[in-house]
Design a protein around this ligand. Sequence first.
Ligand SMILES: [Zn+2]
Length: 115
Amino acid sequence: MRLYSRCCEKCKKKVYFNIVFNSREHLRGYFNSDAINLLCSNCNTINIKNTSEVHAEPSGRTVFFGLASGFFMGIFVVTCTYDNWWLVYGPVIGGLTGFIIDSKQRAAAAFFNNS
Ligand SMILES: [Zn+2]
């Protein structure tokens, strides 16, 4: 997951953190304050944000990556074993793995947002 603060004061883009915290409490503890200096990577403006303005979002779509890598893994196994079912198993395994990773990301982001 990634942490961000909605809109930079100057360019109005989302400002992302390069570090991740599990909860707002960790964030507050790290900066030792509720006010955070956040450098916008887009326009280099320093934004002063409150920890309550920081939100988490799950990063990436691991499901699609899992499906694709599972598909290629399937092709590889088929060429070794001549078992064509691996064209089905591969994407299923990859997709499921990606789905589990995505759900964990979503849960972690929800936990942060509720903290
Ligand atoms: Zn900016």
